[in-house]
Design a protein around this ligand. Structure first.
Ligand code: SF4
Length: 281
């Protein structure tokens, strides 16, 4: 079995940065809390917890504590509340997500209604919504456009969750354009996502089996899996070697592997080694 690992597999720049910031903050020896998961990968969160950082779901008395803001960012109200409670803030929000925040605030100020193309329950989308005062409209796919919400819209600005697929974005824009006269579009899909999605359009066609590694909570891994599956039925989304099933590889000569932006290198290498071993059995 020949194994091809996607060049773009694994940690993106924003995740690397967030993990490094977490490690550096832990070294300061003071109590550190992270609000939710710093990145969407259980193995990474587990490693970070080992450094003494405590994961919390709610803010409490922050006196003497540091609060680590996750790579996907958070709303302005959370930061304000944390400061009021006495926390020192270390912001690990990816700079690419911060760019989306800044566009959202700017366009609101200019009088545009914000439309976010993304998953409504994702932390990144909630963080973008939390940058502005007026309610944003979240659209997940062309079928979820609510006519009531857009029928009287004269001016709207569209931003995109950084890990969305371009095809979905194009389809939504096509549906919106005839309905909104003044529609501004900002393609905020990040480069790391674009590179990954470019590779996933060819790898599944060149391989008999595709393995996509990443947490089930990772939006960008889900997207990679969906694209791969649409091109190659023998695509499988796994979190670790425990999920691999030998029968998937029956008669397979070429296996392609890719991984989400928050999948650590160790998990990827572990799976590559397992498959190499399988091919020599
Ligand atoms: S996927 Fe893109 S936006 Fe998200 S953390 Fe990585 S580089 Fe930043």
């Amino acid at each position: 079995m020949e194994i091809t690992l996607a060049k773009s597999a694994g940690f993106c720049f924003g995740v690397k940065r967030a993990v490094k910031l977490a490690q550096q903050t832990a070294l300061q020896g003071k109590p550190v809390e992270m609000l939710g998961d710093i990145v969407h990968n259980e193995a990474v969160v587990k490693e970070i917890k080992k450094t003494g950082i405590v994961k919390v779901n709610h803010l409490s008395d922050g006196t003497g504590k540091t609060l680590l803001i996750r790579a996907h960012g958070t709303g302005k109200a959370t930061i304000t509340k944390a400061r009021e409670l006495g926390y020192r803030i270390i912001d690990a929000t990816c700079p690419k997500v911060k760019e989306i925040h800044s566009i959202a605030r700017d366009m609101e100020q200019k009088g545009y209604r914000l439309i976010i193309i993304g998953d409504k329950d994702h932390d990144e989308v909630r963080g973008i919504i939390g940058q502005i005062h007026s309610p944003a409209i979240v659209i997940e796919n062309p079928d979820s456009i609510s006519p009531d919400k857009i029928k009287n819209l004269q001016r709207a600005a569209v931003v995109v969750q950084s890990t969305q697929s371009l095809e979905n974005v194009k389809a939504i824009l096509e549906a919106l354009r005839p309905q909104i006269k003044d529609l501004m579009f900002f393609n905020t899909i990040c480069k790391a996502t674009r590179d990954r999605q470019k590779e996933i359009k060819t790898l599944p066609l060149q391989n008999d089996v595709m393995i996509i590694i990443g947490s089930k909570t990772s939006a960008n891994t889900k997207r990679l899996y969906e694209i791969s599956k649409s091109l190659n039925q023998r695509s499988y989304w796994i979190e670790s070697t425990a999920d691999l099933q030998k029968e998937w590889f029956k008669d397979a000569r070429h296996v392609g592997i890719t991984a989400g932006a928050s999948t650590p290198e160790e998990s990827i290498q572990c799976i590559v080694s397992y498959l190499k071993q399988l091919s020599t059995d």
